[in-house]
Each structure stands twice: as C-alpha cells, then as structure tokens.
Design a protein around this ligand. Structure first.
Ligand SMILES: [Zn+2]
Length: 135
C-alpha cells in the first residue's frame, strides 16, 4: 500500500458491506477497543482526544499475545503499522477516519507491551477499514 492517502483505493459502500463481519462473530471472536484504548491510539497518532470515535468501533481478531498474555487490540495494530511498516502517523490517522472505504489483507500484529509479533495474521473490522478475509 502507498503511504499517500490520495493513492489508496476506495470501494463503494455496497462492496464494503460484503466484508462486514456479523455482530455475533465480532462479539465472540474479536476484541473491541474500549474508550481508554481509543484514547491511547489517539495519543499514539498525535490526534485530538475523541477524534477517532468517528471511525469506530475498532475490532481486531488477534487473540492474546503468546508471550505476555495480553489481549491484542487495535492499539497494537496501529503500533505495528508505525513501527514495523513505518507508516506515517498522519497516514494511519486518515485511514481510520478518512472518507475512503478500504479493504486490505490480514496483517501480523506486534504486541506493543512486550514486542512479540503474533504468529498468525490478524483480521480486523472498523468503520472505514475491513479485512478481505472476513470468515
Ligand atoms: Zn506481549
């Protein structure tokens, strides 16, 4: 993916809907970012408090960190995007709350607490950003 938001491909709302994860699956298998987690993501991205609420709720299916046991969330996903993929903060921020509907492949997530990368790629679902593998 390009780091320039202008070059990021967007899909129509109808297409994006096909990648929507059913509520019962989200509830059973995904970890949703609570209010504190979203505030942490905002601080990580140098964004105003509350400004990421528009793009939520933020769901990640990465289970627990194999090393420290903490449930991985979108905070770890964003941390990984900055640290491993070297994405600019402003780019990640715009992905989350910009006007484009984006479909991407599953991603590996690094635990922000202990630094351990997940062994399996994680699925995710949020307002403007969905995973192509939504099974
Ligand atoms: Zn960990």
């Amino acid at each position: 993916m390009q780091y320039d938001y202008d070059l990021v491909a967007s899909v129509d709302a109808e297409v994006f809907d096909r990648y929507r994860v059913p509520d019962d699956v989200l509830a059973r298998h995904y970890t949703v970012s609570d209010r504190d987690d979203v505030r942490k993501i905002e601080r990580l991205l140098d964004a105003q408090e509350g400004s990421l609420d528009a793009g939520g709720p933020y769901y990640l299916k990465a289970g627990q960190c194999a090393c420290c046991g903490r449930s991985l969330t979108m905070y770890d996903f964003v941390f990984t995007a900055l640290v491993d993929a070297n994405h600019p903060k402003s780019f990640v921020y715009q992905i989350l709350v910009g006007d484009k509907k984006i479909i991407q492949s599953p991603r590996r997530v690094r635990c922000a607490t202990c630094g351990t990368p997940s062994s399996q790629k994680a699925q995710y679902f949020m307002g403007q950003y969905a995973c192509e593998d939504n099974t």
